[in-house]
Design a protein around this ligand. Structure first.
Ligand SMILES: Cc1cc2nc3c(=O)[nH]c(=O)nc-3n(C[C@H](O)[C@H](O)[C@H](O)COP(=O)(O)OP(=O)(O)OC[C@H]3O[C@@H](n4cnc5c(N)ncnc54)[C@H](O)[C@@H]3O)c2cc1C
Length: 394
């Protein structure tokens, strides 16, 4: 398999690299250090990135977007994440939900959602599945267990639907202008067969933002509770089929999920390697620079090895995702598992090389470790991810 970037991909890579170097990196550590989780966010960086096309990267040409392929999205993601993983994710969270709009919406809905999204540099998207009692339970329930899985209900009321219940950990919930909410439209069947998506414009009567989670890592990225109290949503905002939210397989959104996180992990590993190399070259311990000490050399080579292996695997899956006929997802799940191991190992090694006493560098090294822990809890948690092998056992 050949990984050679074409001119267009290279151009996007350079735009993202320059933006990460000149704009993202300089606010990364200071934003992370802000205590109030609502105040870590910064609209200015989103607007600047949006003007470069980084908020709307997932949009096809017919809707005014750049229409780039998955490989381009992955390499842009890796570059942005080298500057800051959670700022990068705020951009790619918009690409992710744009893929859902392209997969599931009618042309009339696409026009209604995408026109305002394209026109406004401060328009970000969110999607709400998780609830206080339904995280893993949305993914692991037996097909015959109607009582497990998400409970936020949507009940038909004239030409509209009334939504009641609660979501938690929802990315961009407190800042998004449009949120895709997974609701239980049939509580008597398993969650896979009784769930429907509604697009909810924010702010929305009957929808309240609750707590904004004070996370250890990805502190720039906003995650909040959403409380629905008789929130009225029009029939015209139902996405796809009634009860069909989780029975839909394939499409761009599904192909993007694991690739997005893994590309982000490549960027974080690059940042950790760069930081460790710089530190090892200039810091002396026991009369010699760290880079001359064999133990540190072994640590650095393990960091390089894991990072380059992850990059190659990520590019392979990106290439496979661009192959229209390829609906085989096993590789992307294995990639996500490997990305989780790689990012956590590489960031831990970087912190070991820095030691804990060096205040100047510790802030950056410590942040990468905290960001890397997020991989245990996204796209399904570490236990759920082990089931990737089931794709091969079918
Ligand atoms: C940074 C971040 C961003 C997120 N963004 C979003 C978002 O935008 N939208 C959204 O909907 N959600 C979002 N989430 C939520 C995420 O999808 C969930 O955290 C994830 O699905 C795991 O659910 P949970 O945290 O409720 O863990 P739980 O389901 O409570 O699991 C806790 C532990 O129990 C184990 N466990 C649970 N059930 C079983 C079982 N049956 N058998 C064996 N072990 C089990 C799990 O493996 C895990 O180790 C986000 C989370 C994070 C951290």
């Amino acid at each position: 398999m050949e990984f050679r970037l074409n001119e267009d991909q290279r151009a996007w890579q350079m735009i993202a690299r320059k933006f990460a170097d000149e704009e993202i990196s300089k606010i990364s550590v200071s934003r992370d250090a802000i205590e109030d989780p609502r105040a870590t966010f910064d609209w200015e960086i989103i607007r600047k990135g949006s003007r470069l096309g980084l908020r709307t990267l997932g949009i096809p040409k017919e809707w005014g977007g750049p229409g780039v392929d998955f490989t381009t999205q992955a390499i842009v993601m890796a570059e942005l994440a080298r500057g800051d993983s959670s700022i990068a994710k705020t951009f790619s969270q918009c690409w992710k939900w744009c893929h859902l709009i392209m997969d599931r919406c009618t042309p009339e809905q696409q026009a209604r959602y995408l026109k305002p999204f394209m026109a406004d540099d401060a328009f970000v998207l969110g999607g709400g599945i998780t609830e206080p009692n339904a995280g893993s339970d949305n993914r692991l329930p037996p097909a015959t267990a109607p009582k497990s899985g998400l409970r936020l209900s949507a009940k038909h009321d004239g030409d509209a639907w009334l939504l009641n219940g609660e979501k938690c950990f929802i990315a961009n919930a407190n800042i998004a202008k449009l949120i895709f909410v997974f609701t239980r439209t049939n509580p008597d069947v398993a969650v896979r067969s009784g769930t429907t998506i509604f697009a909810v414009q924010m702010p929305h009567e009957g929808v309240r933002v609750g707590k904004v989670f004070n996370k250890g890592g990805w502190r720039f990225y906003q995650n909040a509770e959403l409380i629905f109290e008789n929130a009225r949503v029009s029939q015209s905002d139902m996405m796809g089929k009634l009860d069909g939210a989780m029975s839909h397989h394939g499409g761009k959104n599904a192909k993007f999920a694991e690739l997005e996180y893994s590309a982000n992990a490549v960027g974080v590993c690059d940042a950790a390697v760069e930081m460790a190399m710089l530190h090892a070259r200039r810091e002396k311990r026991g009369g010699r620079v760290l880079a001359e000490q064999q133990l540190v050399q072994l640590q650095l080579s393990q960091m390089h090895m894991m990072t380059e292996a992850l990059r190659s695997f990520m590019l392979r899956v990106a290439t496979e995702s661009d192959d229209e006929g390829n609906e085989h997802f096993a590789h992307s799940h294995f990639l996500m598992n490997f990305a989780t191991e790689a990012i956590q190992r590489v960031c831990n090694l970087n912190q070991e090389i820095h030691g804990y006493a060096d205040g100047r560098h510790r802030a950056g090294a410590d942040k990468l470790v905290r960001d890397a822990i997020i991989w245990t809890h996204i796209a399904g948690d570490a236990v759920q991810k082990m089931k990737a092998v089931s794709f091969l056992l079918k």
